[in-house]
Design a protein around this ligand. Structure first.
Ligand code: ZN
Ligand code: ZN
Length: 420
């Protein structure tokens, strides 16, 4: 999903693409035959390999024919479905929905795998090895794909400064051993890269919370389970409870059976679930209120400000009226800085709310992507014949940065076909 291109033409929620024709007409979706829902041709591709559950990677699968298999990690599927069910029911197509009796309906064919255990969707004809990588969302994978022209390695998105960096190292080692003909690699963090780590983020959050006498509010992505864990651990050390949003609770509720995430249970005594003021609950919210009794509301937060870390996004700011944060409260923004006009406008509004209540704001964050020197080192180690640079805002810079390597470097052009 290309946010930048969509932003050029659309202004959600009143103007957004409703079907693939709109995006095809604008040249945002590639004009491939037999790929999209309303195309009468037979499916022209065997399957889609999906690396991880970030919207820029999976946002457009809803436009594909439902019978085209989506091959991804088990956790990736769980996160996509949970986010779809708890999201605003956007116009256009759905990936999944909850029926009246909360029965789950999934419209896509998902085939899931775990590390070194690829699925075999019948007749897909794809042979590949999925290997876990560390990224700012669980369930992220890189792939080694067997082709007639040799192995092709695709990195997905990855980092080397996270708590599971060993997983990325496993991937790099396996990629190297596969002696690939081609490497398709991301380069998201090529300028303005901040040298930090998840451990450092945690150690920076700690003194801010220790020195806060009132309410601590924190904004971070609900997908970022490692960040959530950092706040959970700091909450324990500082004697506070972590009050998470209903959306976050729903995601954790759906992920609770995942054996590899070692998540705290939602009924953990150090966790509370914050319910916004509202009259009618959605079906997915009822799932939470039915299962858990540690649910709190704005009045509870008002009365226990110094005992809580409340996860709060810009869209929760109306709740501040009822919460009435006391002087000495704090807001920690723990996600990327605004990087476009809309985000900038939202950020200014967030600051207006905080100003109104006298709440200082801190920015404590590290990106989910590798640093430039780490990307280069990974490329040298994997040592492919050809490199395809994708998922980067600075393709020319990236290419020049790598030009001393003895490899063929390709910055793909849109609509052009390349041979491995
Ligand atoms: Zn990502
Ligand atoms: Zn990405």
């Amino acid at each position: 999903m290309n946010f930048e291109k969509e932003r050029k033409y659309y202004e959600p929620p009143y103007l957004q693409p409703r079907n693939e024709k709109h995006l095809l007409g604008l040249g945002i979706l590639p004009p491939l035959k037999g790929l999209y829902k309303n195309d009468e041709n037979e499916p022209s591709i065997d399957a889609v390999l999906l690396s991880h559950p970030h919207l820029d990677h999976y946002g457009y699968i809803k436009y594909l024919k439902d019978e085209i298999p989506i091959i991804c990690g088990e956790t990736t599927k769980t996160i996509i479905v949970a986010k779809e069910l708890s999201g605003l029911s956007a116009s256009g197509y759905q990936i999944a929905k909850l029926g009246k009796t909360r029965d789950l309906e999934i419209f896509k064919e998902f085939f899931t795998f775990r590390t070194n255990r690829p699925p075999s969707p019948s007749g897909s004809g794809i042979t590949f090895n999925p290997i876990h990588v560390d990224h700012s969302v669980p369930g992220a994978y890189g792939f080694i794909i067997e082709t007639a022209a040799g192995n092709v390695v695709y990195t997905g998105d990855f980092r080397l400064h996270g708590p599971h960096r060993q997983m990325t190292r496993d991937f790099i080692t396996a990629a190297k051993e596969s002696e690939p003909s081609a490497l398709i690699i991301e380069g998201t963090n090529i300028v303005n890269a901040k040298v930090s780590s998840e451990a450092e983020v945690k150690s920076k959050i700690l003194p801010v919370i220790e020195h806060t006498k009132g309410l601590v509010m924190a904004g971070f992505s609900i997908n970022d389970i490692d960040r959530l864990r950092s706040f959970y651990e700091v909450a324990q050390v500082t004697g506070r409870k972590l009050a998470i949003s209903m959306k976050q609770a729903y995601l954790l509720h759906e992920l609770k059976n995942d054996p590899h995430l070692s998540l705290f249970p939602l009924y953990d005594p150090n966790i509370a679930i914050f319910k916004r003021e509202k009259k009618k609950l959605y079906l997915w919210e009822q799932e939470i209120t039915d299962h858990y009794d540690n649910i709190i509301d704005a009045t509870d937060v008002e009365n226990r400000q110094h005992e809580l870390i409340l996860t709060t996004s810009f869209y929760d700011m109306n709740e501040l009226i009822a919460i009435k944060p006391v002087p000495g409260s704090t807001y920690i923004l723990s996600q990327s800085e605004p990087f476009n006009e809309e985000m900038e406008i939202d950020f200014v509004k967030l600051l207006n709310w905080l100003e109104r209540f006298g709440i200082p704001q801190y920015h404590i964050h590290v990106s989910g992507h590798a640093l430039p020197y780490q990307l280069k080192r990974a490329i040298e180690e994997i040592n492919p014949r050809k490199i395809f640079l994708v998922h980067t805002e600075k393709p020319e810079l990236y290419k020049r940065f790598l030009s001393d390597l003895n490899m063929e470097i390709i910055s793909p052009e849109e609509g052009k076909e390349y041979e491995v």
